[in-house]
Design a protein around this ligand. Structure first.
Ligand code: RFL
Ligand code: PHB
Length: 403
């Protein structure tokens, strides 16, 4: 069996794994990525669109920010519409000058993949049977199959960047991890189209027919979402049906500007809040969706992945530079504090903006829950301190330093 050696084995070539790999390499820390599918397949997943400043800064630090800087859109604000009434959340004013960047996950992933290839860093795409071994010991290793051959990858540390369905989290013995989960009784049907977006800023819209989001990728490419029952299938939604429903859920003046056209992509994502604690076990670190999932309502998923990456990079830099191995114990606590803030914000915004139908929430019926949520929205949207709370969390809480 061929044996390969590196300092950090990274499982998964999603944005977490690729960003981590790039940042580690900048610090002279060697790494190899194992990815289950092809690069094209990874790029085919249409996901996040909104990046916090912390994420943007990391991409620049990794030396991969040039196209993002040129093609990404800086958004100073966004809107929340409730039953047709629009409220502008002026991020720049409310969050001390901070803004967000609108640039697709597909694009950032492509930029990171290209930079990795140019730097000659190794990625084994289409790796199967990935197994993490001896992660509690000083000599962890990973075994995998690639193009019909079995490999052994020896390393100092393993970064589990393999998403919610990956193998890394399951490597932590069940009795040593706690998983917190809430599954929402609906999903988001997303549609991508080469049509001019309905608005320059995002509109999160609560309507009597359920939630809708108007997002974008550029002046000529739109991304829209509709809350749908979990029983719906994307293929049962024609483009015409999607546009008709979206029109009914957006505020009337925005709907009047809606330009429709053929979809490029349509898919349904279930909504889930999930956290695995701890995020470290021996020399294994969980990063991004491998450890936590948020409903997309607050645009936090990828951004939480980035703060995990930032924390892990600081730790590994200190391990290799200062030979301070003890600092790895700080990872879980630092990462989880920020993760829980993002989880709470995404859960709260999701509760306020979606229609829960007949699903009872905790100990009350859905109609009572809705009254509470509408009152909460009324308070937060109509008071500056409320809008400030939303704005500060939307742009992202600061990253925490190591002790
Ligand atoms: P990923 O992207 O899931 O990548 C994990 C990679 O690991 C590979 N893998 C394996 N590789 C080797 N061996 C195995 N056994 C493996 N098992 C899996 C997979 O093939 C994959 O390539 O996780 P990562 O890198 O942590 O990135 C997380 C983000 O993708 C995710 O948090 C965001 O997309 C969430 N999200 C959003 N986040 C934001 O910050 N802002 C947004 O605006 C936003 N919008 C969204 C979103 C997610 C959405 N969906 C579909 C869930 C909108 C949507 C609709
Ligand atoms: C997106 O553009 O895909 C997007 C934007 C904001 C969200 C979720 C998704 O909250």
């Amino acid at each position: 069996m061929p044996t390969i050696t590196t300092q950090v084995a990274i499982i998964g070539a999603g944005p977490s794994g690729l960003l981590l790999g790039q940042l580690l390499s900048k610090q002279g820390i060697s790494n190899i990525i194992l990815e289950r599918v092809t690069g094209e397949y990874v790029l085919g997943r249409i996901r996040a669109g909104i990046l916090e400043q912390g994420f943007v800064d990391l991409v620049h630090e990794a030396g991969v920010g040039e196209r993002m800087q040129r093609e990404g859109e800086v958004h100073d604000g966004f809107e929340i519409a409730v039953y047709g009434q629009r409220t502008h959340i002026d991020l720049k004013t409310l969050a001390g000058g901070k803004t967000v960047m609108c640039y697709g996950q597909t694009e950032i992933t492509r930029d990171l993949m290209e930079a990795r290839q140019q730097a000659g860093l190794q990625t084994y795409y289409q790796s199967s049977d990935v197994a993490l071994c001896d992660v509690k010991s000083d000599k962890p290793y990973v075994t995998f199959q690639h193009q019909g051959e079995s490999y052994r990858l020896e390393c100092d540390y393993i970064a589990g960047c393999d998403g919610y369905h990956g193998v890394s989290r399951k490597t932590i013995p069940e009795d040593l991890r706690t998983e917190h989960e809430r599954v929402y009784p609906f999903g988001w049907l997303g549609l991508l189209s080469d049509t001019p977006p309905v608005s320059e800023e995002l509109i999160y819209s609560k309507s009597e027919r359920g939630f809708a989001l108007a997002s974008r990728r550029s002046a000529t490419r739109s991304r829209y979402y509709l809350q749908v029952p979990l029983s719906d299938k994307a293929e049962d939604w024609s483009d015409d049906a999607f546009w008709a429903e979206l029109k009914k859920r957006l505020p009337a003046d925005a709907a009047a500007k809606l330009v429709t056209g053929p979809s490029i992509e349509k898919s349904i994502a279930p909504l889930r809040s999930f956290v695995c604690e701890p995020m470290q076990y021996g020399n294994l670190f969980l990063v991004g969706d491998a450890a936590h999932i948020v409903p997309p309502t607050g645009a936090k998923g990828l951004n939480l992945a980035a703060s995990d990456v930032a924390t892990l990079c600081k730790i590994l830099a200190r391990v290799y530079r200062d030979h301070d191995k003890a600092c790895i114990d700080q990872y879980s606590q630092i990462a989880l504090r920020r993760v829980w803030h993002g989880e709470r914000f995404s859960w709260w915004l999701s509760n306020m903006l979606h229609d829960f139908g007949d699903t009872a929430i905790s100990d009350m019926d859905s109609k009572t829950f809705e009254r509470f949520m509408n009152s909460e929205l009324d308070y937060y949207l109509n008071h500056e301190e409320g809008r400030k709370v939303i704005a500060n969390q939307y742009v992202g809480l600061p990253y925490e330093d190591l002790q």
